[in-house]
Design a protein around this ligand. Structure first.
Ligand code: TRP
Length: 363
């Protein structure tokens, strides 16, 4: 069986370092590993519209931001197909058929949807499109016969639902669809990178994000104002590592070689943490170290983004080609699906011949 990747992001803002460590970095590695026959990266504009009905301009403006972030991180259109969800009509058709395979009760149990409903104050009146987006996401994944879906932990319930749909479909209509596997980040700190304020998740509305397109100055400013241990008042005081955002970021970004380059009094992160916990290590020193590491990682991304920004029409051309490639792949799957569901009437000469015979038997 072919190894195929599909993943994507909602274009509701620029991508931030949570996206980067949680998924983007991995995608680039997977793309370059040569292990996959195809890689599809989708800008999920239709899904973004499920909770931004009244703000289509936001979605429209952010398609290019997300595309630029992808390219800047190293997604290479000669190796990966980048496309826009709404341009692939087959995805809607597939969603429509999948709706028959999922119950309302099952959708209501999806924990990610549950939290999102609360966050958006949808409790009293949930838009049907929003409520059913896990079904549409199953269509996104299965239309490309994806075997591997690299995403963050919050997408786990979507993958579980997708697999239930695949199993149900194959059980009823015969082996047609492929069950995908989720690929989570392997570093615990990368699973759910907290915001700079220490709050659970980076989110635009909380204003606690570090964006990939941040300038060098903004980056250092945000790191300097990061949440640490509120009880670590004087340098000589013992400090806490747990819940200390600076150390969580170090867990996500720091490698031993960084100590050689930027902080050679320590051999590794464990020693730095131990010193902080003992007391005698100031927040500013740790933040400066983190700043150097993050600049090393994000600087080249920022520069590449600036290069790509010089030719925006070329990026739309690339996206258009990506949509054509994606549409062809989805159309192949849809042909299989229609055949399996017995709604391929005009392809089925046998059906027509058999009925012609049956209707004319009495003559
Ligand atoms: N739900 C994802 C997000 O919020 C975006 C998405 C849509 C997606 N369809 C997908 C991710 C299919 C992986 C596979 O970012």
């Amino acid at each position: 069986m072919k190894k195929i990747i599909l993943t994507g992001d909602r274009p509701t803002g620029k991508l931030h370092i949570g996206h980067f460590v949680g998924s983007l970095k991995r995608r680039v590695e997977l793309q370059n590993s040569g292990e996959f026959d195809k890689v599809f990266i989708m800008i999920a504009d239709a899904q973004a519209l499920t909770d931004n009905v009244d703000n289509p301009e936001k979605v429209r403006q952010n398609i290019i931001e997300v595309a630029l972030d992808y390219l800047a991180c190293g997604i290479d259109p000669t190796k990966s197909t980048i496309f826009i969800q709404s341009q692939i009509a087959e995805l809607c058709e597939l969603s429509f058929y999948y709706m028959n395979l999922v119950t309302v009760a099952r959708l209501q149990r999806n924990p990610t949807v549950k939290t999102e409903i609360q966050m958006r104050n949808f409790e009293s009146s949930i838009p049907v499109g929003f409520f059913t987006y896990p079904i549409s996401q199953a269509a996104d994944i299965t239309a490309f016969k994806a075997t591997t879906v690299p995403v963050g932990e919050d997408q786990k319930p979507m993958l579980e639902q997708t697999n239930e749909i695949v199993r149900r479909f194959n059980h009823i209509y015969g082996e047609t669809l492929v069950e995908p596997q989720i690929l989570l980040p392997d570093n615990a700190a990368c699973l759910r990178l907290p915001g700079t304020d220490g709050k659970a998740k980076m989110s635009k509305s909380l204003g606690n994000c570090i964006y990939l397109s941040e300038t060098a100055d903004e980056l250092q400013k945000k790191i300097k104002s990061m949440y640490t241990d509120p009880d670590h008042l004087r340098v000589q005081d013992p400090g806490k590592i747990e819940g200390n955002t600076v150390f969580t970021y170090l867990d996500a970004f720091c490698r031993n070689e960084h100590f050689e380059r930027y902080l050679n009094e320590y051999p590794n992160l464990d020693e730095l943490k131990a010193h902080y916990q003992r007391g005698g290590l100031g927040d500013m020193k740790v933040k400066k170290f983190l700043g150097a590491i993050m600049e090393e990682e994000l600087g080249p991304i920022r520069e590449r983004r600036k290069e790509f920004e010089k030719d925006i029409p070329a990026i739309y051309e690339m996206l258009k080609k990506g949509c054509d490639t994606a549409r062809a792949a989805a159309a192949d799957t849809l042909a299989d699906v229609r055949r399996a569901m017995k709604i391929n009437y005009f392809e089925d000469a046998e059906l027509i011949a058999e009925q012609a015979k049956r209707f004319n038997l009495g003559e």
